[in-house]
Design a protein around this ligand. Structure first.
Ligand SMILES: Cc1cc2nc3c(=O)[nH]c(=O)nc-3n(C[C@H](O)[C@H](O)[C@H](O)COP(=O)(O)OP(=O)(O)OC[C@H]3O[C@@H](n4cnc5c(N)ncnc54)[C@H](O)[C@@H]3O)c2cc1C
Ligand code: SF4
Length: 510
């Protein structure tokens, strides 16, 4: 008899057409899926994220069994669980007399190296769920001085044919972002993502996570994520009909208490394999073609997926394993405790951290312009910022989280992802949200004990990084504004910022 091969399926590889499964033979091979302590705790993951992954995995294992596969599934509390992916592969290899493993490339160098070091023959296949393979990205990147997303995105449009009119972009423009910067709407016409009642499998997971991860960050309940492909598709269909038309207009808006606005909540479902990225984009394109959603919304949405999502993955693999330790601005401040407990007087941060704690979700502009902006202005160590983002969001996997945090948000890669740092004073946040109305600080005050901390930290950042950014054409105007201020005013701004940072370092409530 031919020895079986082990087919490794990781938690974020729950797609029926994942590469390793496509290469395997269900009459011969054995699928291995394992909930292991190492993956569940290498950063202090949000409990909702853990429960989501375990539930998706358990549902997927059932689907595979129903589809004729033999599945070895290790639950986290199984007494024989070795606690790591490689440990479980070795255990099942011994049990079944297997020497070969079929794997789909993990989305993290740490795990890729683990598999490479195994004393088994591991055949790793590229993850084909992405539109741009490694070779595509490398070909695109070759010889370019700057790896700008916009140009990569145009290639992806051409490659997929999405929103193309022959070889020209639909409507004559590649990018309709200009129309997508409206402040928060007065009344919402969408009541957020579809919420699912946990079934028997999810209930069991919830009870287990509740006990095992007691004291970990985040609210476990109410738990409403989709955990099967059918549910994720149901959610998508409703979102396309009810929210996509407004997605573009209010993409950058923030409203206190409105945690989802018109965002799609598709990232967590796409990453684990419940939705296929191309299928999602084609569905959005159909909404445009049938007149149900305007071009600015549909183009904006498709750009996030075939543009930003694919580009970020390309950057992660292009830059290599040391990307997460980049720190070009030499920021070394510790992450303030309010990133975990929301105990701050800054209403915008409080609201974002509370949403993060309750939902394992915050939308893009909150991640970028509230928590990310604050961390960058305050000079927090990007490695600590990276760990926080990786832990707290249900959609956080290193391949997508690291380029967003290290690159886009913290500028720690020196400008590979962004041509300028994403920073703002309170003015922008006030324009795009209603947070400032309920804040202990005054967004109008530029100095003094009541001044919005973003106002003083903004100038402190530009001043302390003058050598690096003064010549950046996108920041030159801000330096001219700063230089035109009276000298004593500049001194007050800087000393107020320093005072604030001192209080932060002393652990005082700010
Ligand atoms: C500091 C920071 C950290 C982030 N960390 C993550 C992360 O860990 N995981 C993650 O998936 N995204 C991350 N993002 C990107 C973005 O914020 C999320 O993808 C988005 O908020 C997910 O919510 P949604 O599905 O409602 O997205 P929508 O706003 O509805 O966008 C639609 C789709 O576009 C994709 N998308 C949008 N922006 C990006 C982006 N910048 N990079 C990659 N994909 C994008 C999402 O996958 C989503 O499916 C981060 C952004 C920042 C600024
Ligand atoms: S005043 Fe400043 S700290 Fe307060 S909510 Fe507005 S931007 Fe945030």
């Amino acid at each position: 008899m031919v020895a079986p091969r082990l087919v490794l399926i990781l938690g974020d590889q729950c797609s029926p057409d994942i590469a390793a499964l496509q290469e395997a033979d269900r009459t011969r091979d054995i699928v291995v899926m394992a909930e292991v302590a190492e993956e569940a705790s290498y950063v202090p993951h949000h409990v909702k994220k853990i429960a989501f992954l375990f539930s998706v995995m358990r549902h997927f294992a059932e689907d595979l069994r129903a589809d004729g596969w033999t599945v070895e599934y290790t639950k986290l509390d199984a007494p024989e669980n070795t606690g790591s992916i490689d440990g479980e592969l070795l255990r099942y290899a011994t049990k079944h007399g297997a020497t070969e493993v079929l794997a789909t490339e993990p989305g993290e160098f740490r795990l890729i190296e683990r598999l490479e070091d195994m004393p088994l023959d591991v055949l790793t296949f590229e993850d084909r769920r992405f539109i741009a393979g490694h070779e595509d990205f490398e070909t695109w990147a070759e010889g370019r001085k700057q790896l700008r997303m916009e140009y990569f995105y145009r290639d992806m449009r051409r490659k997929t044919g999405l929103l193309m009119d022959g070889d020209q972009p639909e409507g004559g423009k590649w990018n309709y972002d200009h129309d997508n910067r409206k402040p928060a709407p007065d009344g919402l016409t969408y009541d957020g993502p579809m919420r699912f009642t946990p079934d028997q499998i999810t209930q069991e997971v919830l009870q287990f996570v509740e006990t095992r991860f007691q004291g970990s960050f985040g609210a476990l309940r109410p738990f409403w994520f989709a955990t099967t492909r059918a549910q994720a598709q149901q959610h998508l269909t409703r979102w396309l009909a009810e929210a996509l038309p407004s997605f573009g207009d209010y993409q950058d808006a923030m409203l206190s208490g409105e945690r989802f606005l018109y965002h799609s909540i598709t990232s967590l479902y796409i990453h684990v394999g419940l939705l296929d990225p191309l299928e999602v984009c084609q569905a959005a394109e159909n909404a445009y073609k049938s007149g149900q959603a305007p071009l600015n919304a549909v183009e904006g949405f498709i750009r996030q997926i075939i543009g930003w999502r694919e580009y970020m993955r390309g950057i992660y693999f292009h830059e290599g394993p040391n990307y997460t330790s980049r720190n070009i601005l030499q920021h070394d401040r510790k992450l303030p405790s309010f990133f975990w407990d929301a105990m701050t007087d800054m209403a915008c941060i409080r609201d974002t951290v509370e949403a993060t704690r309750d939902e394992a979700y915050a939308h893009h502009i909150q991640r970028l312009m509230i928590t990310g902006n604050f961390a960058l202005l305050a000079g927090i160590d990007p490695a600590e910022v990276h760990e926080w983002y990786l832990a707290v969001y249900a959609d956080a996997y290193e391949w997508v989280e690291a380029p967003n945090v290290i690159g886009m948000s913290q500028f720690a890669d020196g400008g590979i992802v962004g041509s300028k740092p994403y920073i703002s004073s309170g003015n922008y946040l006030n324009k795009m949200s209603n947070y400032c109305k309920g804040c202990a600080y005054s967004v109008k005050d530029k100095t003094g004990p009541n001044a919005c901390p973003f106002n003083t930290l903004y100038w402190h950042f530009l001043d302390r990084h003058r050598d690096r950014f003064e010549m950046n054409p996108r920041l030159a105007q801000m330096y001219r504004t700063w230089d035109r201020m009276a000298e004593d005013r500049r001194a007050t701004v800087l000393s107020d910022a320093t005072l604030f940072l001192d209080r932060l370092d002393e652990g005082q409530k700010v």
